[in-house]
Design a protein around this ligand. Sequence first.
Ligand code: NG1
Ligand code: ZN
Length: 538
Amino acid sequence: EEQRSILLQSSSRFPPPKGTKLSYGTAGFRADASILQSTVFRIGILAALRSLKTGGAVIGLMITASHNKVSDNGIKVADPSGGMLTQDWEPFADSIANAADPESLVKLITEFAKKENIRLDGAKAAVLLGRDTRPSGESLVKAANKGICSVLGAVAIDMGIVTTPELHWMVRARNKGLKATELHYFDQLSTSFRWLIDLIPEKSRDNHPIGKLVVDCSNGVGGEKLQVLKEKLNAFLHLEIRNSGNSGILNDGVGADYVQKEKVAPQGFFGHSDVGIRCASLDGDVDRFVYFTLTSNGDNKINLVDGDKILSLFALFIKQQLSILNEDVGVGVVQTAYANGASTKYLNDVGLKVVFTPTGVKYLHGKAEEYDIGIYFEANGHGTVLFSDHFLSWLDGIKNEPCSGLEKQNAVKRLQAVANLMNQAVGDALSGLLLVEAILQHMGWSVDKWNELYHDLPSRQLKVKVADRSAVVTTNAETSVEKPPGLQEAITALTAKYPQGRCFVRPSGTEDVVRVYAEAKTQEEADELADSDDKTEQ
Ligand code: NG1
Ligand code: ZN
């Protein structure tokens, strides 16, 4: 009863927006920040319940709209493992976000708690709160805090401004009983990066790509955080930080999403001294990154090195270490239909097993967890490398075998360093960037040499506004259309006209559009295929 009246009272102060239906999409709730107060408050309650359900484990709650415009914001929940909220709670998130008044909200909560066997009796619950640099974040954190605290026994721990992957990392570390502050996070990243540098073979030490790396931080939280790593790693890595957020607008003509989708350089990268220099772009909340180089002076054309190529570099390096060990290890590479066909061919050609999942990190991550080593990336630059506990303890065991030889011992140490460096909860642009830099130094490769691993097939992406995107239903990891009838046959017939043609359509999980993707031997053909497909669909 006490619980009920607290919930009724507090939720009456957060009325929901009228006339908008919100849904927990592939990346949580996202909308214009001005309408999110009640959603964030209610998801605060959900996070506290999730903590109760998981025996008091720490749950994460991140306020961010990633690469979207600065006036937007969003909220997503991290489960005790540091991964995304379990999918079977998403319908509950949807229903409470859309409850019309305090009475119906409390009814939904009570019913759900009963169904899930959650006792609202004041047992301990804890939620870690974080936000990106959006100005709306501060008041949204307060709303989330109110939601959390209206569940008896629940406490909120505010981590302030953090990257999305930092918050996921902290949730995971806390629940494992490990040291979990931001200081520990930076220590773990910089220490494992230094191990990798120390393990570089003599022969490639002479041809290090010692040149600087220039990083576009999307005018977001990445600027401040990368500065910390820069200071820690000064002697091993020459970093130049741009678009750190001191002047420009978040995600406005900058950042990984802009660079990858538009295939142009971000603001602040036009000078002749930048041509040919190794550059990278982070997104607004630092869970994605891509590399690029400027191709010529005076315009913004680039050579893009996207998530597929980052994945290929990581997979190649890991495979090399495993071949030194000469053991049969289950490595899985996970991609989505958006992966460039040339990358999939390359990965197959080097003997790696490639599997596909639908778009969305929760699917890729879940699949990657099934292997000893699971490597996943979306073309847009979100991904990481996962190591199973079983594999890590096996590595630990063979490290101490006296007769294994220096070569093998070094390969083991490198794999252990990668496991320490790479965020095990979610894609992390900072750890990913450090792994790229370490591998390039290890190989003695320039960014151009890396980019030559394979040549991307020309591709085109279009968005189509349709009356009801849910009319399009896909199967086979989104590569073929089940509904409406006849559409897949039409796409197949069109695609067959183009050499190396590949094409699919799917409803977006984050925007009210249907996306069209086409690939072909030439850019003109890819454009034409996407375009004719777009027409068929309308
Ligand atoms: P949707 O809107 O479902 O295509 C987009 C990205 C995903 C993923 C999510 C979450 C593309 C084509 N899609 O999903 O890769 O990043 O947003 O942010 O880039
Ligand atoms: Zn992001």
